[in-house]
Ligand binder design. Structure first.
Ligand code: LHQ
Length: 270
């Protein structure tokens, strides 16, 4: 009989495939799923695998336990008085920025199912996802100012676009916790839902998106993300180019056929 390996650590990110839907679960609940290096590496690998997969057509990012993610694991970062200062820019360059870029570039929809508090980089990780659902007990805290930092992981870019500059400044400078329902009301997230139905609603949404015309969704995502930095003319050109590509896709042909035949379309993501 094989001996049990008592030193084995639980995987910091759980990956579950449900047909074309991939569920990624941050899994360091006793640390509120805050990021250490192992969790960073595991999540980035899982995100990259989902992006490259032909089968996966939608992703849900959620977390185990009572929190979604408390940002950086600060217990890794305690510096004794007089100790050498860390290079936080390097941490961003190596871990957070590639992760956020990968989610924004993902050619399929990413749903965040925020099951509890999302703080610091954990809040901005959620906001980088395409559709954010949050349980009513969840809250979003731009906790950075409490420890002398700026809102990273795309926070300074996303927040003013989502909630306006005035609110963005107050929420970040004062580190005000925003409950899920208020986050929905001010346009920070898509929807607040009951805690006990969060996962079933996220999965229903994920399954619907996993059956949708994936290439069209990917082009929609990219165009909307460019909208605030492109001119109107650039955006019209971008729409023309995307529509040209999609007009040649199998899913567009199927969509039109299905409409004319008054039946549900069977999109294959091609
Ligand atoms: C934690 C953490 C945590 C370790 C809760 N680490 N243990 C990028 C570049 C490089 C470095 C720096 O950072 C960054 C990006 C960032 O994310 S900076 C921002 C880092 N995050 C924070 O500042 C958030 C710190 N946490 C909190 O403010 C609170 O814990 C929140 C609001 C998340 C939750 O509050 P509560 O619900 O009241 O829970 P709690 O405070 O009692 O925490 C529960 C436990 O989790 C507790 O441990 P314990 O052993 O006492 O049960 C906390 O120490 C631990 N924990 N966050 N980030």
């Amino acid at each position: 009989m094989a001996l049990e390996d008592r030193t084995a650590q639980p995987s910091p990110v759980l990956v579950e495939h449900r047909g074309s839907l991939t569920l990624l679960t941050l899994n360091r609940p006793d640390k509120l799923n805050s990021f250490n290096e192992a969790q960073h590496r595991a999540l980035k690998a899982a995100v990259d695998a989902a992006a490259a997969s032909d089968t996966c057509r939608a992703i849900i990012l959620t977390a185990a336990g009572r929190g979604f993610c408390a940002g950086q694991d600060l217990s890794d970062r305690v510096r004794p008085e007089g100790g050498t200062a860390p290079d936080l820019g390097e941490t961003l360059e190596k871990f957070y920025n590639p992760l956020i870029r990968a989610i924004r570039a993902m050619p399929k929809p990413v749903i965040a199912a925020v099951n509890g508090v999302a703080a610091g980089a954990g809040a901005n990780l959620a906001l980088a996802c395409d559709l954010v659902l949050a349980g009513r007990s969840a809250r979003f805290v731009q906790a950075f100012s409490k420890i002398g930092l700026i809102p990273d992981s795309g926070g300074t870019w996303m927040l003013p676009r989502l909630v306006g500059e005035a609110r963005a400044k107050a929420l970040t400078m004062l580190a005000i916790p925003v409950p899920a329902e208020e986050a929905e009301r001010i346009g920070m997230i898509y929807r607040a839902v009951n805690d006990d139905t969060l996962m079933s609603e996220a999965i229903a949404l994920g399954e619907a998106l996993a059956k949708a015309p994936t290439r069209g969704l990917a082009e929609t995502k990219q165009l909307l993300q460019q909208a605030f930095t492109h001119s109107f003319d650039q955006q019209l050109d971008g729409e023309r180019d995307a529509q040209r590509r999609l007009g040649r896709s199998a899913d567009y042909a199927e969509g039109v056929r299905a409409f004319m035949e008054k039946r549900e379309a069977a999109f294959r993501g091609q």
